[in-house]
Unconditional design. Sequence first.
Length: 757
Amino acid sequence: MTSSVERPPQALTPERITFDALWLRADMAQRTAGLTPGRTLRPGPRLRRLLSEGGGAPGDGDLNEGAARALAVAEAEGEGELLSDAALVETLTPPPNETEGALAPDPALAARLQTLPRLLRADSGDAPPELALGVTLGEGGMGVVRQARQLALGREVAVKSLRPEARHPAAMRRLLAEAMVAGQLEHPEILPIHALGRDEDGAPLLVLKRVDGLSWTEVAREPNHALLEGQEPIVWHLQVLMRVCRAVHFAHGKGILHRDLKTDNVMIGRHGEVYVLDWGIAVALHDDGSGAIPLARDADELVGTPTAIAPEMVQAKGALLSPRTDVYLLGAMLHELLTGRPRHEGTEVASVLFAAFISAPYAYPPAVPQELAQIANRACARDPEARFGSADALRLALHGYLEHRASTVLVQSAEARLGDFSDALLHARASLASAVAAEREAALASRRRVPDATEATLAVLPRPEVAAVRLDVEGLASAARASLQEAVRAWADNPAVPRLERRLRLAEAGWQLDCLDVAAAEASLRGLEGTEATGLLDGLQRARQARQVWQERQQRERDDGDPTIGARTRTFFAAVIGVWFSLTPAVGAVARDFYGWRPTFGMHLSAGIVFLGLVGVGAIWARQTMRRTRLNRSVLRTGAVCALAVTFERVVAAMLGMSFDAMVALDQFTFGLTIALMAAGAWPRLWLASLVYFTGAWVASVFPEASLWTLSAATLTSMTLVAFQWRPADYATNRVVQIAARRVLPDCDVQDQPPSP
């Protein structure tokens, strides 16, 4: 991973003015000019412009003079040379004071050195040496590390000593302090010190454990290094960093700050051992009275590695140092692991230190897990109080990430599936819109009423091609939801889950509204807030109203075609009519045949009027039921027309001078014709009842004296057949009744429930 190089801004921001005030101080400029042996600092364009303009921090009159001296020193040496990237990652250590010569006498230091055992001998007359030096393992600005053999124990060790040109008292005191620090820190992840002694010239040297391994920097450069043993690189390196955190937290517990934590100062053994090295600029947080280790409060020197240094270290104020300073350096190590670049970058020490001074949050690329990015930025916060409270707190945060990592992977899977779902929605919406348009065009072509968007949508939803598209879309949504549920099970507080769940629910609700599935959309939107959710809720209200209107219309149409509604009323009417037209003719026939009664036209017309009255009373009495469906209204109208026709027919027959028996025969023909019309329109089985009346009319025409008996028998038989057809028990199972209803209402759906989208 790469990152852009941070450069100091040209604008005079408050941070820039404060940093320039620090930088232009004579003591800091002189120190930075000699931080790396053999190199000096050439002031950059920014410093030159400020000097030429007489710039400096307001109210500090000594800045210009001190800065001019620093510039004069640099120019006297040919303006020095720019520090390379390699030099910028070296540990900066302060040069000796002006009063200190190469080997200036220091009685206290000399006395301290005299107490150390001589581990190397200058001549053969002395006692045999304890160490036999070997090849050089590494060199730094002041020190050199060589392989050696500890003769008494017969083991390989590492020996750290000062370079000949760096053997001044300040460097010797730092090496002794490093030995004292390492001696106090006995921890599995801290390189142990075996001995502290002198060489043949009386200079101090440290005997350290010889580790067969590589620096962490070398391992990090190879993603598939053998030491990783097939583990995923980020997991392996985080585990190493957690072990470093343990070591640093242990040191803090002993009151020691490392101040130079970086991957170069961590050794990885061939068997996976992890050792924190180089405690050369460590300081003590508490004064134990021995003076062996420098105190943090007295650390007014600019030391450390510029590319990883903490903001308070740039200010060179020991009072600002705390365990959170090392937490910053650990965060810088994490940053380097995530990006492959140092936390602070630049081409000069000034630009690098300015980047450290402002310590702006880093915008990590999407490839870096969000949780790790947050951990790194928090550890490297400019304000120490905003960082993790301890190295162990940082370790626990890293441990939490590793525990949550499975959840993070599932979230990534859910995000990918959510993308597939979004793509499928585009295709599904296009398919649905095409089917709706085709439905409306078909209605227009067939000259039917063109359905509105709601009706057309509900009409096409059951179609196989639309149902298949919906099934695919819902399957992708279910897969994304399953991944999110697994992520929650792996980590209940995963911060990415609510965001993705919201996206999924909004997308689902939008599709469900397209399909007018109001209940499902309402469930998807329940509890959601925000502009998008509000828009969908408004759409939900409109969809609910449109669907309600459609359902009410569908219910009315189903009611119109439901033969069960009013079945008892119709049966009752058939029974009343049957009793009336069966009983009255039979009574008249008995009276005429046995008692000599002669019927008159007035009596016959009165019977028709009574029939008409019965129909009217029944219509008023059962108006709610009989007007509820088109089927019942059709029966009611047919009955009324029949009653009127019979009455009119009797009046016309009387005017024509027809006999009473001929009128009775004509009545039966009228009844048969009425029932035949009902059979043709809705009730196929009523043909038999109409045939009975036609037969009665024929018999009455052939045998006029039997006209009343035939009317009574035909009515009783016909009304029994009609009542049988209209009995309520038939409507649950009688397919013929449903067919009859569809004949009356050919466009009506007589199902019990509306089709569900």
